[in-house]
Design a protein around this ligand. Sequence first.
Ligand code: DX5
Ligand code: ZN
Length: 217
Amino acid sequence: MIQIAPSILSADFNHLGRQISQVEALDVKILHIDVMDGMFVPSISFGMPVIASIRKNTKLFFDVHMMVQDPQRYVEALAKSGADMMTIHAEACHCIADTIQKIHDHNMKCGIAINPDTPISAVESYLQDADMILVMSVQPGFGGQKLIPETLDKITALHRLRQENGWKYLIEVDGGVNADTLESVARTGVDIAVAGTAVFGGDIESNLKKLRGVIAD
Ligand code: DX5
Ligand code: ZN
């Protein structure tokens, strides 16, 4: 069964704590948290002080997607803020192997993200050690974009590689997941589907119900 991970990028920041409690009460287990630095991606979202303060309010698993240049600089600070998983971008990090080690040393799970144009070969040597591979299905930086269907082929390939090699990483897809696209996403064998606007745009409870209805069919 695919897990839906709501992305708080599309939440109402004026009511952030309340909206997080709401998804938690609706049996969500994973919260997707998008950190953007204005360098690796054009926009700036929020950083560790926000993560540390929402940490006090919830037991949800914090899946932190670091859209930042040289993410190795932030391992300590992110661990301190209460993140459970730190996902770094393959395109943004020059020392991926060391950074995976550092993230694990700080008792966090480690994810590696790849942009729509980045091939799986860019992360092949880390598949054994990564806890998750995040396949971007839109260009990173903004919520509410349209899913690029070709990116889904990478999920199918990652699924096959995992089976063939007995690897353990989870596979996550991020960008443009909604009630219309979720069916084709689900067919790829993905484990976690991030959804921002499709969860927080409008009524959260009926949005989640609609998404789960697609997976249950
Ligand atoms: C985009 C972020 C996504 C974003 C997804 O750069 O990484 O997590 O919140 O938003 P939707 O689901 O609206 O495409
Ligand atoms: Zn994200």
